[in-house]
Design a protein around this ligand. Structure first.
Ligand SMILES: C[S@@+](CC[C@H](N)C(=O)[O-])C[C@H]1O[C@@H](n2cnc3c(N)ncnc32)[C@H](O)[C@@H]1O
Length: 210
């Protein structure tokens, strides 16, 4: 428990520090690697929408105007930028500081749960997915996008080497594939896209209706 909370403090500080440069770096990757993923994800949401690890709110401009948005984020500094962005867009969002691994919401609350480019950074991504599943109502939709283990063996080997540095330094994982876990926990995959040598994966999955 103490180790878990020390780890949370460490990554919170890490993301607080990175908040200043995050948008510039991420916009570059959005352009060269992730393509239209933010709009692909956001145009599929409906109803009561929950975004996990919302970061600086780069998805906000892509959501339809008629959905109600709630977002949580570990880093106060990232969230401060997201709040400013929401204000600039004239968008009401219920923001909270929180940990994706222990969500402070009742079960079966949201119609749609979104998480983009964060399961690579959340220490226990299975625990985070279990929490997303819990707060999603039966029959609700889970929308995920991330960089994942490549489908090309040589590239996967490079990702393995890269992780030797990125996990200890920045908590960044390159070999995860959330879709496998989502499928194994009974979700029906309704939409799926994988590109850039299999490094980018985005999916739409439906929670069983009970
Ligand atoms: C690469 S950024 C992605 C941000 C945003 N989702 C996006 O698409 O631009 C990863 C984010 O995950 C957040 N994060 C990491 N661990 C977390 C946790 N346990 N709970 C909530 N957020 C977390 C970080 O603070 C950071 O803002």
């Amino acid at each position: 428990m103490a180790a878990k909370s020390a780890r949370r403090v460490r990554w919170r500080r890490y993301w607080d520090r990175h908040s200043k440069t995050y948008d510039r770096e991420m916009r570059f990757f959005d352009r060269v690697l992730f393509r239209d993923t933010r709009s692909w994800i956001c145009r599929q949401v409906t109803g009561e929408v929950f975004e996990v690890a919302v970061g600086t709110g780069l998805n906000l401009e892509h959501y339809p105007p008629d959905v109600r948005l709630t977002g949580i984020e570990l880093s106060q500094e990232m969230l401060a930028i997201a709040r400013r962005r929401a204000d600039d867009l004239g968008r009401h969002v219920e923001f909270r500081v929180g940990d994706a691994q222990t969500l402070d919401f009742p079960s079966n609350t949201f119609d749609t749960v979104v998480c983009t480019f964060s399961l690579c950074a959340i220490p226990d991504y299975r625990e985070a997915l279990a929490e997303m599943t819990r707060v999603l109502r039966p029959g609700g939709v889970l929308l995920l996008a991330d960089h994942v283990a490549s489908s090309v063996r040589a590239l996967r080997a490079s990702q393995r080497v890269l992780e030797l540095v990125t996990i200890p330094v920045g908590g960044e994982h390159f070999l995860r594939r959330p879709i496998e876990h989502v499928r194994a926990t009974g979700f029906r995959i309704e939409g799926h896209d994988r590109f850039a040598a299999g490094v980018v994966e985005r999916l739409r999955a439906r929670k069983p209706a009970v």
